[in-house]
Design a protein around this ligand. Sequence first.
Ligand code: FES
Length: 79
Amino acid sequence: MFLGDTIMENNLNEAILDKLTKTCTCKAIPRSKIKEAIKNGASTIKEVQKATGAGSGSCGGRNCSPRINDLLKQSRENI
Ligand code: FES
């Protein structure tokens, strides 16, 4: 196996996990959708919520807002 194969495999695993992991459990919104919103320019929790519908579930965003914040932080660190 080559290094490129391992990197590709890791990216694939991450993509699969992003689709399976629900960032907003109330609305069943996957991490992939949150990341896509951030990639498309959402830069605050409110903007991500507006773009994805996250935060509008029964907990009012209490559970998913910290997870969205972590993803925003991660994306800023990776610039
Ligand atoms: S987890 Fe997102 S609104 Fe409850």
